[in-house]
Structures are given as structure tokens and as C-alpha cells.
Design a protein around this ligand. Structure first.
Ligand code: HQG
Length: 177
């Protein structure tokens, strides 16, 4: 399959499985799973189940996951719609990182990091990944997050199936600017 078709399928899956399944009249279950056959049948972009398997397997960030028998598929994180990923709280490393851009800093200093339109705030386990996240919006600024201290203070963290750390918000006192 050529890279362009792959990318189009990946972008389409992000849109449908994270943000707006209703655009193709698809219903996700409460944990965000879609029926694979139904997805393929209702999709406005044509692709086969083999192509879907290839997109999921080779996706650079492993954004999507199948259930055990590959009859269902979901996005592993990044949702704006209200679904329950059903993840167990995890102990985070002492520090995590968040990539953003300078124009947001004043607001982040005031109100901390917020999840904005997504279901969780996303944190990266290394600076390099945070740099990539931040550079989607311009010259990246990396914030060190005192996740170990947050955890000791009783704040919950989750680790998505594709290795992204998730929490509700980070107050300014836990951020090294
Ligand atoms: C910023 C991509 C002002 C925050 C990436 C970010 C990630 C604030 C933006 C995933 C703020 C939200 C998520 C505050 C946070 N005031 N700005 N108080 N608090 N912000 O896209 O973390 O390729 O929702 O810094 O790789 O950038 O889609 O979050 O700039 O893993 O799979 O508000 O999306 O993954 O933006 O990215 P986003 P994000 P995918």
C-alpha cells in the first residue's frame, strides 16, 4: 500500500475513532471500541480489512489497537468524545514532559496544564517525544512535570496502550518553567 493511502486511512481513523464517529453513523461502545466490519462498511474512505491491519500495525505512534480477535478497533488515546478507556492507575516516573509553544506559557503559568478539548492531558515519558508534540505548533518549549510528586499527592496517572501518560491536569506548582 502506498504511504499516502496509509496516511489518509490513519487520519480518517483518528477523526472517526477519537472525535466524530457520528459523521459515518458509527456507534462506539462505552470503552471506545468500533466493530471492524461495520467501520469498513460505513467508511467514506474505501479500504480493505488487510489494509486496516497494515495501518494499525505500522502506525508510527501505534495510535490504534484491535481487541484480541481483531473484530473490534479503537484509538488508544487522544479522544475528545467521552469514552472510558478503562485503564488502571499507574505509578508514573519521577518526571514526565510536556511539549508546548511559547504563546501558551502565560496561560499555563496561571492555570496550569489543562486537557483542553481532549479527555486527558497528554504527557511524554521523554524530552524527545515532547519536542515532537510541541513542534506540531511551532518552536517547541518543553516543560518538566513533577509527576512523582503529583503521584505522592494522590493525583492519578494512566498509561495508554501506546505509551502516552495521561492525567487530568497539572497545577502550576508541579511544573518547572
Ligand atoms: C496547550 C498528538 C493554554 C497544550 C500528540 C497544547 C500528543 C494550554 C494544547 C497528542 C493550556 C492542546 C496531544 C493552558 C495546555 N493554556 N494552552 N492552560 N494547557 N495547553 O493537541 O498535548 O499525533 O490537545 O500545551 O503527539 O499538544 O494526534 O494536546 O499545546 O500525543 O496521535 O493546549 O496529540 O498525537 O493541544 O497533543 P492538544 P497535545 P497524535
Amino acid at each position: 500500500m502506498d504511504e499516502k493511502h496509509k496516511k489518509n486511512i490513519s487520519k480518517f481513523l483518528s477523526l472517526i475513532l477519537r472525535h466524530s464517529p457520528e459523521t459515518i453513523h458509527l456507534q462506539l461502545d462505552p470503552n471506545g471500541w468500533a466493530d471492524v466490519d461495520e467501520l469498513i462498511q460505513k467508511s467514506s474512505l474505501r479500504f480493505t480489512s488487510e489494509e486496516l491491519e497494515e495501518v494499525v500495525e505500522t502506525n508510527d505512534k501505534q495510535r490504534f489497537a484491535f481487541n484480541a480477535d481483531h473484530t473490534r478497533i479503537r484509538a488508544s488515546q487522544g479522544h475528545s468524545i467521552d469514552i472510558n478507556l478503562d485503564l488502571q492507575p499507574q505509578q508514573p516516573p519521577e518526571f514526565l514532559y510536556h511539549g508546548t509553544v511559547a504563546k501558551f506559557l502565560a496561560s499555563i503559568q496561571k492555570e496550569g496544564l489543562q486537557k483542553m478539548s481532549r479527555q486527558h492531558l497528554h504527557l511524554s515519558h521523554d524530552r524527545q517525544t515532547a519536542e515532537k508534540v510541541g513542534s506540531r505548533r511551532g518552536s517547541p518549549v518543553i516543560l518538566n512535570i513533577k509527576s512523582g510528586q503529583m503521584h505522592r499527592d494522590g493525583i492519578l496517572f494512566y498509561l495508554s496502550d501506546n505509551g502516552v501518560w495521561l492525567t487530568d491536569q497539572v497545577s502550576p506548582q508541579y511544573i518547572d518553567f
